[in-house]
Design a protein around this ligand. Structure first.
Ligand SMILES: Cc1cc2nc3c(=O)[nH]c(=O)nc-3n(C[C@H](O)[C@H](O)[C@H](O)COP(=O)(O)O)c2cc1C
Length: 321
């Protein structure tokens, strides 16, 4: 029996979620995570500029299916009015709204969005107040520790989020300046958990299933989100849930690896068409094959294959060979 977690009015079946990753957590990737037990997934971050201008591409990022619910829709922007308008527009597309206040990339922070907001607590308060007034959906923010190392903005931003009506806060405990360098400092998650009454979700350096119970125990956080550890490794959810249930998970067999890679290809083909599936699966297969003997040769072969049947053949011989 898994412990559930409530985020506002939404009760999740367990405490292990798939984190948002731009360019990666599209619908096929999310369905793979779901099939292995992730209780909540997130869309890639969606620009409120695109949404409020009715950009088809932005709405495409919200595409989901019943098997991929409940879903968190992650928005980014820096304008309270536009974020509130976007929150209204997306209301029918998912069950939870999250605002990205952690993205470190220049293109995003240059517009004042993502982790640039960590430098502007007043603006953050205004944004959260406006979005809270615009939607009844459960509403969360995802933050980093601060703009630079040693900056403790996350505590102030976390308190603001709670006071202005957020239902949970996710912390990836690295600063903007760190990007993805060094180690995620889990003690910051524990600090935030100690400071807030609303649920705290931990993110950062969950590379193996064993890291999941470790983060929950060490930080006292209410749930965790896995990002890079889920690339080519949907079993991380199944294994983490087994550990949390007191069981000893087995590693995926070659047959299971092959079946999962085939399932991922099938989902991509069904949902996005064969051409996109072929191109996108190149990246995913490089992750599925990581660390296995012959992976470099397999990757090179996959990158030259131009038809789905050829891809399936290469997968069969690599994973079973
Ligand atoms: C390629 C990539 C894209 C990401 N895109 C997003 C995003 O769109 N929104 C977001 O909040 N975080 C994003 N993240 C951050 C992750 O959600 C997560 O917080 C971070 O990677 C730390 O977790 P991990 O160590 O499990 O990867 C991204 C991370 C990666 C590696």
């Amino acid at each position: 029996m898994q412990k559930t977690v409530a985020i506002g009015s939404l009760t999740l079946d367990n405490r292990v979620f798939l984190a948002p990753m731009a360019g990666i957590t599209n619908l096929p990737m999310r369905l793979m995570a779901r099939e292995c037990g992730a209780a909540l997934t997130f869309t890639e971050m969606v620009s409120v500029n695109g949404l409020t201008r009715e950009g088809r591409k932005s709405f495409d990022l919200l595409k989901s299916v019943p098997a991929d619910r409940p879903i968190g829709m992650q928005l980014f922007g820096d304008d309270a009015g536009m974020l509130a308008e976007a929150a209204r527009l997306v209301e029918g597309y998912g069950e939870l709204i999250d605002i990205n206040m952690g993205c470190p990339v220049r293109k995003v922070v240059g517009t004042g969005a993502g982790s640039a907001l960590l430098k502007e607590p007043l603006k953050v308060a205004g944004i959260i107040r406006s979005v809270r007034a615009a939607t009844r959906l459960p509403f969360t923010v995802k933050i980093r520790t601060g703009w630079v190392c040693g900056d403790d903005s996350f505590l102030e931003i976390g308190r603001i989020a709670q006071e202005e009506g957020c239902d949970a806060v996710t912390l990836h405990p690295r600063s903007r300046a760190q990007m993805f360098d060094g180690k995620a400092d889990w003690s910051r998650i524990a600090q935030l958990k100690g400071a807030l009454r609303i649920p705290v979700i931990g993110s950062g350096d969950l590379f193996t299933a064993a890291d999941v119970p470790l983060m929950l125990e060490q930080t006292g956080c209410d749930a965790v989100m896995i990002a890079r550890g889920a690339m080519g490794n949907p079993w991380i959810f199944r294994e983490a849930l087994a550990l949390l249930a007191g069981a000893a998970p087995g590693a995926p067999t070659p047959a299971e690896r092959c079946a999962a890679a085939r399932r991922h290809l099938e989902l991509f083909s069904e949902l996005e068409g064969e051409r996109t599936a072929l191109l996108e699966m190149r990246k995913h297969l490089s992750w599925y094959s990581k660390g296995l003997p012959g992976a470099a040769g397999f990757r090179a072969a996959v990158n030259a294959i131009e038809d789905p049947a050829g891809l399936v053949g290469a997968m069969e011989s690599f994973f079973h060979g």
